[in-house]
Ligand binder design. Sequence first.
Ligand code: SF4
Ligand code: SF4
Length: 97
Amino acid sequence: MPAKMTFEQNMEALDRMSPEERDAKIAELTKMCICGACPTYIGTGETVLMFCEIGRSKIIKKGNGCICPGCPVQKSLAQRWNYYCLKGSGKEQAELL
Ligand code: SF4
Ligand code: SF4
C-alpha cells in the first residue's frame, strides 16, 4: 500500500481484498507489531498483538506509555492514533465502526 494513502483509503483497500488476501496482509502486519516491547504491555501477561486491528485488549487496563507512533504498521497504514489496546482499533478511533 503506498504510504501516501490515508488510513481510510488503506482500510478501503483492505476491505476490497479477498478474505485470503486480507488474512495474509494482516498476518504480515502482525509480524511487524512492536507492542511486545511496549512498557504498557510488558508484564501484563497479554499475548495477543495488533490492537490497532483487533481493538482493545481484554487484559491491559492501564497505560504506561505507547510506542505505536514508532511502529512500522502505524506508518504503513497511515494510522493517526495510539493506545489501541486501551482506546480501540484504528477503525474505532477513526469512527469508521
Ligand atoms: S500500531 Fe501499535 S498496535 Fe498497531 S501493530 Fe503497531 S505497535 Fe501494534
Ligand atoms: S497499543 Fe500502544 S500502548 Fe498498547 S501495547 Fe501496543 S504499543 Fe503499547
